[in-house]
Design a binder for this molecule. Structure first.
Ligand code: ZN
Length: 325
């Protein structure tokens, strides 16, 4: 592959920013995204989801939607065999990467698995997601899991609003990683900035919204679906949070691997190289700046290295989260 091969150029994506009642200003102030308002909740950095679709910025595919490229250029994603057949078990780009700035608490929620979503949500994927804590206030916490020991207790706590008994909050700090399997009760709390890697899905069941109002009305809750899908009892607190603040420099450190994704952290100082044979590699620059295979990157950039890129050369001083399937 030579450098003029358009199939070996990184696909830089224009992120989509969203307004949310719990959002803040850090996505503009810290990450430099061009967006107005004081309620900026999410940056959909790598997304082919219709609720917030990324488009390619620059290069041979400038202006194309990621969902469009997935269809027209499957070779970019390692999704075409010698006979033209599709190789991956996905009918859409499978991952979604967001940066979330919670100025206030998000609602307590849970996601279904693929099976439940296929049956109850028009064939949508379920949602497995994971969080890397980019930054947080001192004494921050996240809601992960709950305290009900069996289904009867779960129903009693939810139906009777016993929220302080129900909700399990765990302390977190910068560099923590949390895997959120379907059925896990969770909520991002105010003061926490996270990078989320997830299945390309937007199915959320809201269990409790702190009795807040939006435009004078409470937001919809999904009590029945929540009770259907919540795992009882929850995974232990000790198994829920892992620490990756200071990973080895110039090394690809895997934080989690499951059926849906593999998420790693890279801390670059100077220069490093690695080989990869993933179908594609999604990258988000958390801080610092440098080069990826000769292309300039900086904090807040989101890009995809297409399938033709087998050797990755990183230079500079930066922290990166990469994900693949
Ligand atoms: Zn979620």
């Amino acid at each position: 592959m030579n450098s003029e091969n358009i199939y070996a150029e990184p696909l830089f994506l224009n992120p989509v920013l969203t307004h949310n009642i719990w959002g803040g200003t850090r996505l503009r102030d810290d990450y430099g995204y061009q967006v107005e308002g004081n309620d900026i909740g999410e940056c959909w950095g790598i997304s082919a989801h219709p609720n917030g679709e990324g488009t390619v910025r620059g290069g041979a595919f400038d202006g194309k939607k990621l969902s469009e490229l997935w269809e027209t250029n499957p070779e970019l994603f390692g999704n075409v065999g010698p006979g033209g057949e599709r190789l991956l078990p996905y009918d859409r780009f499978p991952l979604l990467t967001k940066i979330i700035d919670a100025k206030d608490d998000l609602s307590i929620q849970v996601h279904p698995d693929d099976e439940y979503a296929a049956e109850h949500e028009n064939g949508s994927f379920g949602k497995t997601e994971c969080w890397y804590v980019l930054d947080c206030d001192e004494n921050s916490s996240l809601v992960i899991g709950h305290n009900a020991q069996n289904k009867d207790e779960l129903e009693d706590m939810i139906n009777n609003g016993r929220w302080s008994d129900f909700i399990r909050e765990l302390p977190v700090k910068k560099g923590d990683f949390l895997q959120i399997d379907p059925g896990t009760v969770h909520a991002i709390k105010g003061g926490v900035l996270i990078l989320e890697t997830q299945q390309n899905s937007d199915i959320t069941y809201r269990v409790y919204d702190y009795d807040r109002l939006q435009n004078g009305k409470p937001r919809q809750l999904h009590v029945k679906q929540s009770i259907d899908v919540i795992t009882v009892p929850a995974k232990s607190a000790e198994d829920s949070v892992r620490h990756f603040a200071d990973t080895e420099v110039n090394s690809v450190v895997c934080m989690y691997e499951c059926k849906y994704y593999k998420v790693s952290k890279i801390s670059v100082q100077g220069s490093m190289q690695f080989c990869q044979d993933n179908p594609f590699l999604a990258m988000s620059i958390l801080d610092g700046a440098g080069k990826v295979n000769g292309f300039d990157v900086k904090k807040g950039d989101h890009l995809i290295l297409p399938n033709a890129v087998k050797n990755v050369e990183l230079t500079g001083d930066m922290r990166i989260i990469v994900s693949t399937i």
